[in-house]
Write a protein that binds this ligand. Sequence first.
Ligand code: COA
Length: 423
Amino acid sequence: MEALKGVRILDMTHVQAGPTCSQLLAWMGADVIKFENPQGDATRGQLRDVPNADSLYFTMLNCNKRSITVNMKSAEGKQVFVDLLKKCDIVMENFGPGVLDRFGFSWEEIHRVNPKIVMGSIKGFGSTGPYAEFKAYENVAQAMGGAMSTTGIPDGPPFVTGAQIGDSGTGLHLAIGLLAALRQAERTGQGQYVEVAMMDGVMNLCRVKFRDHQRLTRGDMPEYSVPTYKDMGDVPRAGNDSGGGQLGNAIHCKPHGANDWLYIVVQEAVWVALARRIGPDIHIPDLATDPRFATIGERRKNQQLMWTLINKFAENYTKRELMAILNPIDVPCGPIMSTSDLATDEHVRGRDMYVELDHPQRGKWFNVGMPIKLSASPAKIERSPLLGEHTDEVLKSVLGYDEAKISAMKSAGAFAAPPKKAA
Ligand SMILES: CC(C)(COP(=O)(O)OP(=O)(O)OC[C@H]1O[C@@H](n2cnc3c(N)ncnc32)[C@H](O)[C@@H]1OP(=O)(O)O)[C@@H](O)C(=O)NCCC(=O)NCCS
């Protein structure tokens, strides 16, 4: 964990989009100080599965951080914030629009306090434009960034995807921006404001759909299995089509349960080998030379039939058996892995992608591991902090406060819950 050693982050983020970014930076060695509202990140109590314990929602997104609680609605709390700003390289937040301004800390003020600090900010729609004032959650971003309108089947409703592209995807974008700005700050001594809007991040991840949006002005798109035609306007939902230059689809396998599927890409180069393997079993021994599938153009035109034939072959095999047949002939394919498939998979465990941790309130639990593998700085995953677990430690070791000062600030309400708003 050496890559970001010496980088200190003042992490005001909450829920998922921001914490997923700061957790990655912590796994790369940054000292991440989670600066929490005295009531704590709301996710500590959301979807709780163990009474009185931090929820998995929180523990899975906040590993390797230190937690300090500070009441930003008190003068003393704001002083702690200012003191920490001076000691940190990055400050990051994903509050709703205007929250930091209401605390009295615009980017201009933060930059004035520490000109070198880099500030990361996630908003649903950014700080400019007609949508700037709106709050956002994962599926709002998926809806507005183009993911939902292009996911599903043409006659069905739009669908959200299980991958958290709005929240965790935005966190990834922010991490990239922060590291670039940090590099520049090291060179110039000047920090900058790094903003990622969730809607923008989803659009970035839907980039190929905007490729197709423009292609539709010139003609149909033969690789789509659903009808497309010139000037149809919107890119249609296309089920499990590959969405790329090669044809692909999910094939149903034995015993035909919910996740008994294998995703197959009929790459141009493998057609002949694939057709030779499946042809005899489905009573079309000449499939490899059948003119209906001889070129990729023909296969695109006749892809519904091609998928029907491959599905017929698959009827006799489980997804793992089919994978074992197709991998040796170089057909790119992957079984649809359920969460339990993944939680018990030897490959996944071997790559430290499902790791067991201990927690004082909840005992043993699992986290998804660090997907970015640095050869000289492997991540060492440690449990998430309890609420305010490191308040005194940070005040002493980072800010140099003594016991008397800490106790005076405590009495003044710097670390306690702000009074509730009148109804
Ligand atoms: C996620 C989101 C919708 C949650 O909305 P919310 O629960 O109303 O929370 P907000 O961020 O708007 O507000 C946080 C409140 O906590 C208060 N608060 C936060 N930290 C505090 C602290 N340390 N001390 C005192 N008060 C604190 C803020 O002052 C604010 O209260 P206010 O409205 O009275 O000013 C919103 O934060 C948002 O749109 N964020 C940007 C987009 C995003 O990241 N969404 C994805 C989440 S995974």
